[in-house]
Design a protein around this ligand. Structure first.
Ligand code: PLP
Length: 369
């Protein structure tokens, strides 16, 4: 296993805790433990009684019960809880891939979705989203990427970093294709339930057959990244058992207080989603106005879901721009080079409450430029 540095995480390690305004976060605004517990009567008292022994390796039954309600047909025993979505990505790749396998990956991608597979010795073909097509994926291109040794397709919709949401027709077609060809579909759905129009929400891939593994987490749509609770949902017993077996070598079981708090969060997830979508929608209005005023400087494909967009700087170099912005104005943007993008895009986060102040700072900086 030969893993390269995780560019985005290294960039955040340098800036996240010493920069005044994070204008590129992928998660929604978090909250305190007290605020989360206040959502449900009696939860604060029960939290004090959480037993700090080992927990069940696959996740507490009560938490898996709550998570299973996200899905149409998934049972609690088809949920495997992990330490964040990140652990689940790592274990999925190690459970199903070997050297010389071929994997098709939605690109640009959150780095571990491609690089863990590469580190195992699998070959990756990027399935490219392009700005000129509204960041959509082309199913004909997918058919051409298929090889005799293709094992899996990895997609992420709603998408980090573009906010692209696949159409229902394309998603059904993608699932049909994976089933017909006997491929596994790893569907990163960590931004699901953050669609600006709920009617556009896609089914979870895991509900469409045992070819699919759906990935979820409390970090993004629900705004609780510090819980470090993620999961996979799948009817594929072989994949489930392989991942569960590997988990004995990574974290064994999850953090007991985190599991209790995640259970409260998932039981009340509609309230969390409403709160976070309100923040995103208010922020989007401000961002739409900003990009309308600076149309000579930026291109902007408005996201359809999630807490991010991937605009492009039309003049100059995005790395230098981000570097000066953070040093001179205390505002953090994420250059697209963190995603191997060389076309001057940058990631813009929409989920934080202080976005209006961050945008004021950004605008002062632009006016001085
Ligand atoms: C698409 C995607 N998948 C997985 C993850 C990992 O989530 P977590 O950090 O909560 O483990 C992220 C985090 O940014 C992400 O954007």
């Amino acid at each position: 296993m030969n893993l390269p540095p995780f560019k985005l995480e290294r960039y955040f390690a340098k800036h996240e805790f010493n920069t005044e305004f994070l204008l590129c976060s992928s998660d929604c605004e978090a909250m305190s433990i007290a605020d989360l517990l206040a959502i449900e009567e009696g939860a604060a008292g029960k939290f004090g009684e959480v037993w700090l022994g080992y927990t069940e390796s696959q996740g507490s039954p009560a938490l898996r019960q709550e998570i299973s309600k996200v899905y149409e047909s998934i049972q609690p025993e088809e949920i495997l809880v992990h330490t964040g979505a990140e652990e689940a990505i790592f274990l999925f790749m190690h459970a199903v891939l070997k050297e010389n396998d071929h994997v098709i990956v939605h690109t640009p991608s959150y780095q571990s979705l491609s690089d863990v597979a590469k580190s195992i010795g699998s070959y990756i073909s990027p399935w490219r989203a392009r700005e000129e097509n509204g960041w959509s994926l082309d199913l004909d291109e997918l058919r051409h990427l298929m090889r005799s040794n293709t094992k899996a397709i990895v997609v992420n919709t709603p998408h980090n970093p573009t906010g692209y949401l696949m159409s229902r027709a394309d998603f059904n077609e993608l699932n049909r294709f994976a089933q017909e060809k006997g491929l596994l579909l790893f569907s990163d759905e960590v931004y699901r339930e953050s669609e600006y129009d709920p009617a556009t929400r896609l089914p979870a891939a895991c509900d469409l057959g045992n070819h699919a593994v759906s990935l979820g987490v409390t970090s993004k749509t629900y705004g609780l990244a510090g819980l470090r609770i993620g999961w996979i949902a799948t009817k594929n017993k072989k994949v489930y058992d392989s991942m569960a077996g590997l988990k004995d070598y990574t974290t064994i079981c999850n953090c007991a207080p985190g599991e209790f708090l995640a259970e409260v969060a998932m039981r009340n997830r509609e309230k969390l989603v409403e709160r976070n979508l309100n923040i995103i929608k208010d922020n989007l209005t401000i961002i739409d106005d900003l990009f309308a005023r600076y149309a000579n400087l930026f291109s902007w494909v408005r996201p359809k879901a999630g807490s991010m967009g991937f605009p492009r700087l039309l003049k100059g170099n995005i790395e230098e721009f981000c570097d000066r912005l953070v040093k001179e104005a205390g505002v953090l943007l994420l250059p697209g080079s963190m995603y191997e993008d060389s076309r001057n895009h940058f990631r813009l986060g929409l989920g934080r409450k202080n976005l209006p102040q961050a945008v004021e700072r950004l605008e002062e900086f632009l006016n001085k430029m």
